[in-house]
Design a protein. Structure first.
Length: 139
């Protein structure tokens, strides 16, 4: 099982994504990673975001958005953050980083998501749909 967290900053109306440059490819991913042992999806989300970005998420601040079933089950959560500075990458990703394998955390405005090469491709549409629903509910 893999877990990803769409981290949203309401003030800047942006989500925190990881810009990847790898083997000549240029794309973006939602931060997260794989479960260890018998971790629940929530436990995995909290650990992975702390390991990758040094951001602390609370279990009651995570909301499940959707699940993808491709090669393996991938659970997507939503969390809000008040942090506006961009964290540095840390953990395994920092260790694996090189000139040809870049991990760059970046805040991306929600209205720019449709033009972002977010992988896997169906993720962008689901996230945009979620934010459109929030705007409709608040408007």
């Amino acid at each position: 099982m893999r877990v990803r967290v769409v981290i949203y900053n309401r003030q800047s109306q942006a989500v925190l994504l990881i810009h990847r440059l790898k083997n000549g490819r240029d794309y973006w991913v939602v931060p997260g990673g794989g479960a260890e042992g018998q971790e629940t999806p929530t436990q995995t989300a909290i650990r992975e975001i702390y390991e990758e970005l040094q951001m602390v998420l609370a279990p009651d601040g995570l909301y499940q958005l959707f699940v993808l079933q491709e090669k393996e089950r991938e659970v997507f959560f939503y969390a809000e953050a008040t942090q506006v500075t961009t964290p540095d990458i840390s953990g395994e990703e920092a260790e694996r980083a090189s000139a040809t394998n870049v991990y760059l955390p970046t805040w991306v405005k929600v209205n720019n998501l449709p033009q972002t090469n977010l992988m896997p491709p169906e993720v962008s549409g689901k996230i945009v749909k979620f934010f459109n629903k929030i705007q409709e509910d608040n408007g």
